[in-house]
Design a binder for this molecule. Sequence first.
Ligand code: CU
Length: 106
Amino acid sequence: MLPGRYLATLALLALGALAVPAHAATLRIVMENMAISPAEASAKVGDTIEWVNKDVLAHTATAKNGDFDVTIAPKQTIRSVLIKAGTVDYYCRYHPNMKAVLTIAP
Ligand SMILES: [Cu+2]
């Protein structure tokens, strides 16, 4: 086998390994100036939520139904994968005025 062809085959295998699963997406939700944006978002089971806290205070994304409870330290980003479908109202435990809705399709 020619060295060049061998390398090309390896490159194709590497691309295939990166392609799973095709439908999973990453959705960014930003907490800034004591507000959650977007206030309404849609995602699917298997998607990743990237929680970005741009404030100098800690925030949480706390589901009213208990499905998730994430604490995001000041100026930090946390990633979590959605494992359950549903329409989830969530809020910040420290600042209950911060509210949003996440609709998670199966
Ligand atoms: Cu907060």
